[in-house]
Design a protein around this ligand. Structure first.
Ligand SMILES: [Zn+2]
Length: 282
């Protein structure tokens, strides 16, 4: 029996139910038909026009993305409306678009968790989900939450930890392909001793108070603004900003691994976008 877009959606929603998404979010199948057959799938963070062309060249019938393409209500489908171009092009090429966003952020395949595993964090817990705080992640199939926190195997000085972490990021298979580690920033005293680390993929500035409350010495995230960094430093917490893309790209690899291991999807070909890259040059 042919695999359909709807079946792929069901398999993703097993680990990231749509009901977990925030009210302001827009997740699930945004373009296309659940009944459409699928043979090739392109996985990406962002659905840009170039990524749509990549999907077409690859022969994909479906794009699985992290970021939704239709976010604010679309008021027209005019050729001069930039926000309408990606959905229009997808329709022209008969390619479906499925987004798993804030629901995926809270799932077991989040980038926060993949980065926590790369750092070998001990006693890893969700950063924000108070009712689940005392229960280890692996003991709850339904457990969910934003971000993770945990302890380094050994305390390390901030500067040494950060350069070592970036080295590991560059060499590990946390990313499906090597990316330039550009646009990365660090705030805090290099000699500061770090034991507890909080990680929130994507724009994690709003989690500064929570990470402080949990006693983190370092928050690793993306897209932190000036005032959030100042608040963190006031509370004696360092901040490592990987940028939005590099903090979230690990989920491309975990999604790829999750879907390729699924028996019902045997025979389907997957590819992580190589066009979708960190936007920063330096
Ligand atoms: Zn994001």
């Amino acid at each position: 029996m042919a695999v359909t877009v709807g079946l792929v959606a069901q398999i993703i929603e097993r680990i990231a139910p749509k009901s977990w998404a925030e009210d302001w979010d827009n997740v699930g199948l945004l373009v296309g038909s659940g009944a459409a057959p699928v043979e090739r799938i392109l996985i990406t963070l962002d659905g840009t026009l170039k990524v749509v062309e990549e999907a077409k060249a690859y022969g994909a019938q479906l794009i699985i993305a992290h970021h939704p393409i239709i976010f604010r209500p679309l008021k027209n489908l005019r050729a001069d409306n930039a926000a309408a171009q990606v959905p229009l092009r997808l329709l022209q090429h008969s390619i479906g678009y499925y987004a798993a966003h804030t629901n995926l952020d809270q799932s077991i395949v989040s980038s926060s968790r993949a980065l926590g595993e790369l750092l070998e964090l001990q006693e890893m817990k969700f950063l924000e989900e108070p009712e689940y705080d005392l229960i280890p992640i692996h003991k709850r199939a339904e457990a969910r939450g934003y971000g993770v926190s945990g302890y380094l195997p050994h305390p390390e000085k901030l500067g040494v930890l950060w350069t070592g972490f970036l080295d590991r990021l560059g060499q590990s298979d946390v990313y499906a392909q090597p990316y330039p580690l550009s646009g990365v920033r660090l705030a805090g005293p290099l000699e500061k001793e770090v034991r507890k680390v909080a990680i929130v993929n994507g724009s994690g500035g709003r989690f500064v108070p929570k990470a402080l409350f949990k006693g983190a010495d370092l928050l690793i995230t993306g897209d932190v603004d000036h005032h959030a960094v100042l608040d963190a430093l006031e509370g004696d917490m360092a901040v490592g900003d990987l940028g939005h893309f590099l903090s979230e790209a690990p989920m491309l690899q975990t999604m790829y691994q999750y879907l390729s291991a699924e028996k019902a999807l045997q025979g389907i070909e997957f590819k992580v976008s190589s066009i979708n890259q960190p936007p920063w040059l330096l």
